[in-house]
Design a protein around this ligand. Structure first.
Ligand SMILES: Nc1ncnc2c1ncn2[C@@H]1O[C@H](COP(=O)(O)OP(=O)(O)OP(=O)(O)O)[C@@H](O)[C@H]1O
Ligand SMILES: [Mg+2]
Length: 252
């Protein structure tokens, strides 16, 4: 069953056709990777799904619902969470605090009920805290829990960003270059974490990734793009040997 469907989506910036008539669907429970050379339009696809940009053509469906025009702030509530190509954490806050800030997107209380600290608010705070602690355990971040982000190695910060997205309890997790800046050992670990996220939490993962070893290990299917267009879609083995893909990477 398709969790996300993109039907001929397009967007241009000035004269640049960043994404042109791109169609694909992401199945529930799979790891779906998007690959392609720099400037291919990969991050833009994520920006269209998370509604940071408006499509100039085509439609997007999430779980059968047309999300082409829903506002960006509704996306997390619908069950889509993401990380960014450059980590965007609060550097002066601790790991735990960063996760709690992430969880607050789901808050349903208002200022008055907060002020009086009504029982519902307290329950919600406890639920956020429980979600954050669970994710800290899942991703083995307990020893960093109370450390300030700025003091942590880059690899740990990347994991904290994934953790923060998981605190939203998404059904679809979008990861933009999760392995960038990681060493080979950390990248290997990442492929195991991805497996846990899909299998233990039942979350569907879409990732933009340059590391072909990780793509091959972790993905069920791969979409290859060049110049804003789809050039191949299939299993990792099919895509990695596709003539158009080789041409996009190596030139004629
Ligand atoms: N907000 C924007 N304004 C203008 N041009 C943009 C904008 N966002 C993306 N582009 C352009 O759209 C094209 C696709 O960019 P995108 O960031 O999606 O590439 P990418 O495949 O993620 O590349 P990379 O591997 O380098 O991250 C590029 O030519 C880029 O310059
Ligand atoms: Mg990008």
């Amino acid at each position: 069953m398709s969790l996300l469907v993109a039907e001929g989506i397009s967007v241009s910036f000035g004269g640049v056709k960043a994404v042109q008539d791109v169609s694909f669907s992401i199945n529930e429970g799979e790891v779906f990777s998007i690959v392609g050379p720099n400037g291919a339009g990969k991050t833009t696809i994520f920006n269209l799904i998370s509604r940071i940009y408006n499509t100039t053509g085509g439609r997007l469906f999430f779980d059968g619902v047309d999300i082409t025009r829903v506002p960006a702030h509704s996306i997390a509530h619908l069950g889509i969470a993401r990380t960014f190509q450059n980590t965007e954490l609060f550097d002066r806050e601790t790991v735990l605090k960063n996760l709690l800030i992430g969880a607050h997107i789901h808050r349903t209380s208002n200022v008055l009920s907060d002020l009086f600290f009504l029982p519902g608010v307290r329950r919600q705070e406890l639920a956020f805290r429980k979600a954050a602690e669970d994710v800290i355990d899942l991703l083995d971040l307990r020893s960093y829990r109370d450390q300030v982000i700025a003091n942590l190695p880059y690899g740990v910060r990347k994991m904290v960003e994934i953790a923060r997205a998981l605190c939203l309890k998404p059904r679809l997790l979008l990861l933009d270059e999760p392995s960038s800046g990681l060493n080979p050992e950390e990248t290997e670990d990442l492929s195991f974490w991805l497996e846990d996220i899909v299998e233990d939490l039942g979350i569907t993962v879409a990732m933009v990734e340059h590391d072909m070893k990780l793509v091959g290990q972790a993905s069920d299917r791969v979409l290859a793009m060049a110049d804003g267009k789809v050039i191949a879609l299939g299993t990792p083995a099919e895509v990695q040997t596709h003539p158009e893909v080789l041409r996009a990477y190596l030139g004629d």
